[in-house]
Design a binder for this molecule. Structure first.
Ligand SMILES: [Zn+2]
Length: 488
């Protein structure tokens, strides 16, 4: 049996009592937490591997409840200053269509490196493998995810039928970039659901229970009612959950006389198995329905602002009793994978919008990325807090850094002072993936070089063009005192 003892740090348990243990200790036996309490009382078996955590916070690993890992290689500039559907149809779809299986695996390795370094241990990734080779692509991706050591819910995303309004919008957006090859935007439903069920059953409990496969119909504007009903039934049969992009923009309300939340209610699909991402364009009646049916919501504040989609009413969702998790969304509409940064943004955004500095207090924010994130995924009996019997998904954040000094309330310090780079040790399922700032099972310099080279090649193959450089040459020619003049 492997035994690891983390001792000396401030332990944020995020258990039911929200215990904070100064100079605490956590004992890990194999993949589970065996003991939590004051360090001086901790039993220390002979041969235990001791991680000293003085000057640090020891807390549960963070849950990124909505992301799209593959898109990581499409960031770096090509995505900015676009609305959602311009970005989706003129960057994401043609970009992903130019990926090889090796490219996808490279994206997974890069993403994992960034995620682990900012304390993320669990993700829900919405992946849309190319239609031609989707099953092989999914298997290759799942193997690569297993190697990262992360806990991963692979939400297989699909569109089977565009509504009339969505088809018109898709056509208009695509016409902005006629030089790009057309990538398929819909897939056959039967084939997709059959494949999804096969994969979900094959990978159930794979990698020691760290992998799972869920269905993820993209939106109510791009999937049929039949697809939504069959998806929910499949999730029930599998004992899993399902997720969807819901009310991300005003599009869904423009194409139907009722809100997308009420549309799903009419189909009988609102319940705790549903993880609804975004929920930006919703009203008080929608919020009441989400609360009444215990639908889990994941908010994506940086992505919603990056794409100019709007701001989800998170304080009102919380006040109504809805479980709200947080996600980064794609790395190329954020452009990062860092929940510390996004939690701070979330809190400041809503304080500014509501003109109330008490909304999203630090404890609530951390809960959204830990225990509420776990609850949103139906995993709160296994992860999300430091309690005996739970899986050892643990991070150690050093607070003895300039930016996190002084510290009087470690929870507030984590929310408002930390950059995320304070994370220096990460365990998932009791396996040490990052220790004292060093990756244990990967060469990051190598994987970054590989990702950079592959990204350049993908953009070239896809024909993706860059926006005008800064400064814009056209503006430079006419602007007096512009950089071009001053630089000669
Ligand atoms: Zn998304």
């Amino acid at each position: 049996m492997s035994v690891i003892a983390i001792r000396g740090g401030t332990v944020l348990t995020i258990d039911a009592e929200r215990r904070v243990i100064a100079a605490g200790g956590v004992l890990i036996e194999d993949d589970c937490i065996a003991w939590v309490g004051p360090a001086h009382e901790m039993p220390l078996p002979a041969g235990a591997d001791v991680i000293e955590a003085h000057g640090a916070v020891v807390m549960p690993g963070l849950v990124n409840a909505h992301t799209h890992v593959a898109q990581t290689l499409l960031r770096g500039g090509v995505s900015h200053s676009r609305t959602l559907y311009d970005w989706l149809l003129n960057v994401v779809c043609p970009g992903l269509a130019a990926y090889s299986l090796d490219d996808h695996q490279s994206a997974i390795r890069l993403y994992a490196a960034e995620a682990l370094r900012s304390g993320i241990t669990t993700i829900v990734t919405n992946e849309e493998p190319s239609y031609q080779d989707s099953e092989r692509a999914t298997r290759a991706a799942l193997e690569a995810f297993a190697e990262t050591g992360l806990r991963v819910i692979y939400a297989r995303m699909f569109r089977d039928q565009l509504s009339g309004g969505a088809a018109t919008l898709f056509h208009e957006e695509r016409s902005k970039a006629p030089h790009l090859a057309d990538a398929p935007t819909t897939v056959p439903l039967d084939r997709t659901l059959n494949e999804l069920e096969r994969l979900a059953r094959t990978y159930r409990q794979a990698a020691g229970g760290r992998l799972a496969v869920w269905p993820s119909p993209a939106t109510t504007a791009a999937t049929s009612a039949e697809a939504l009903r069959r998806t929910a039934r499949l999730a029930q049969d599998l004992g899993s959950r399902w997720t969807i992009h819901l009310a991300e923009t005003t599009l869904e309300r423009e194409i139907r006389p009722i809100s997308p939340v009420r549309y799903l209610q009419g189909l009988g699909l609102l319940d705790a198995r549903l993880l609804a991402a975004h929920c930006v364009d919703i009203d008080d009646d929608d919020i009441a329905l989400l609360a009444r049916h215990d639908v889990r919501v994941v908010t994506l504040p940086v992505s919603n602002c990056y794409l100019g989609s709007g701001i989800a009413p998170v304080p009102r969702l919380k006040a109504a009793g809805v479980t709200v998790a947080i996600g980064t969304d794609d790395a190329n509409c954020n452009d990062g994978v860092n929940l510390f940064r996004d939690l701070r943004f979330l809190a400041l955004l809503h304080r500014g919008v509501t003109r109330d500095p008490t909304v999203i207090p630090p404890g609530m924010a951390l809960e959204m990325a830990t225990i509420d994130g776990a609850r949103a995924l139906g995993l709160d009996d296994r992860i999300g807090s430091l309690e005996v019997g739970k899986r050892a998904d643990i991070i150690v954040c050093r607070l003895d850094r300039p930016q996190t000094t002084p510290v009087h309330d470690p929870v507030a310090t984590l929310l408002f002072q930390a950059y995320g780079t304070e994370v220096d040790t990460v365990l998932v399922d009791g396996r040490v993936l990052l220790r004292d700032g060093r990756r244990c099972h990967a060469d990051e310099a190598d994987l970054c070089r590989d990702a950079q080279d592959r990204s350049v090649a993908i953009l070239e193959r896809a024909g993706l063009r860059w926006p005008p450089p800064w400064p814009d040459p056209a503006e430079r020619a006419v602007a007096p005192g512009s950089p071009s003049t001053s630089r000669g």
